[in-house]
Ligand binder design. Structure first.
Ligand code: IPM
Ligand code: MN
Length: 354
């Protein structure tokens, strides 16, 4: 009997639907090879619906999404909608409402892909960032006093809880153990020399949880130093665990090391409920919309992550190998419009290489 896999698909804005179509194409091609029976439920969410109806994320939709095995999200962000509205109302809202406390961002350089780091190759750039995804400055805690006056005060609070950091740190240790890289090292990235309350809590939680994983080596970097090391010696990293805000910043640095936003994919997961949301990092790229020019590799990579984290490791491995074949032997560049192929053709190549 084929294994069922119910996926909610949100193409979203701009080039989101185009890259999503290629990821779905690859899913449909890998399914019969691996005995999977995916069932796709499409949701019309994003800027266009918001402009039409004023709705961003109706509560009934959230309830449906909770019952899926996974969510695939193309992109959010619409040129006619003020920045922040859709990002907060859809992406961040889903992270919070579904309590997707792990944001997993692999930084992996595929063969044939250009990195801005001279003398570094696929063997050097292969680490994973585990970013806490529900706390920190993302909570929306804060406010204004005397807004708009010369005496204005703005407060934006970073909230950290023991439960919140501990569950993320514990998952990161377990993930490092399962990844089983020869380095088997989890590096905490924070700023304990300045954030002496919140990041002290992280530090203590990290030390406590480390005792449960004697086989995993530990390290610590301040976030500013981490930015230097990521560029100078990316090969030193195996898994990084970090706070939400710092994780947001260092994962864009990571994305460019692996060839840019056309390549980088991420997962938002709740390991307890097993629901996850998988997305390419590229954004909606309005200027490339409808031109068959955007790179679908990140979206296809996100579909690979979806397969891996819903328990279909062999299918995920097959997708990864196919991507590597296509970047290594076919594509001229990972930049939109310069790939040597169109969006759909890259999707066909990956599907054909499965
Ligand atoms: C990311 C993005 C989001 C974030 C934005 C779009 C709100 O940058 O997923 O990294 O800041 O988390
Ligand atoms: Mn980001």
């Amino acid at each position: 009997m084929p294994k069922s896999l119910r996926i909610a698909v949100i193409g979203g804005d701009g080039t989101g639907p185009e890259v999503t179509a290629e990821a779905v194409k690859v899913l449909k091609a890998v399914a019969p090879l691996e005995g999977l029976a995916p069932e796709l439920v499409h949701y019309d969410l994003g800027g266009a619906r918001y402009l039409r109806t004023g709705e961003i994320l109706p509560p009934a939709v959230v309830e449906e999404l909770r019952r899926c095995d996974a969510i695939f999200l193309g992109a959010v962000g619409h040129p006619d909608v003020k920045p922040g509205i859709l990002e907060k109302g859809l992406l961040l809202e889903l992270r919070f409402q579904l309590d997707l406390y792990i944001n997993l961002r692999p930084v992996k350089l595929y063969p044939g892909v250009e990195t801005p780091l001279r003398d570094k190759g696929p063997a050097d750039i292969d680490f994973v960032v585990v970013r806490e995804n529900t706390e920190d400055m993302y909570c929306g805690a804060g406010g204004f006093l005397q807004k708009g006056t010369q005496s204005e005060v703005a407060v934006q609070t970073a909230i950290y809880t023991r439960k919140g950091c501990e569950r993320c740190i514990r998952w990161a240790f377990d993930y490092t153990r399962r990844r089983n890289n020869p380095k088997k090292t989890l590096t905490l990235v924070a700023k304990t020399n300045v954030l002496t309350f919140g990041h002290d809590l992280w530090w203590r939680a990290f030390q406590d949880v480390a005792r449960e994983f004697p086989d995993v080596k530990t390290d610590y970097n301040h976030v500013d130093a981490c930015c230097m090391w990521m560029v100078k010696s990316p090969e030193a990293y195996d898994v990084i665990v970090t706070t939400n805000m710092f994780g947001d910043i260092i994962t864009d640095l990571g994305a460019i090391l692996q060839g840019g936003l056309g390549v980088a994919a991420g997962a938002n997961m709740n390991p307890d409920t097993k629901v996850g949301m998988f997305e390419p990092m590229g954004g909606s790229a309005p200027k490339y919309t409808g031109k068959n020019a955007i790179n679908p590799i990140a979206a296809i990579g996100a579909m690979g992550m979806l397969l891996e984290h819903t328990g279909h490791a062999a299918a995920a491995e097959r997708v990864l190998k196919a991507i590597q074949h296509v970047t290594g032997t076919k594509m001229k560049s990972q930049a939109a419009g310069k790939m040597g192929y169109g969006t759909r053709e890259v999707g066909n190549l990956v599907a054909g290489a499965l």
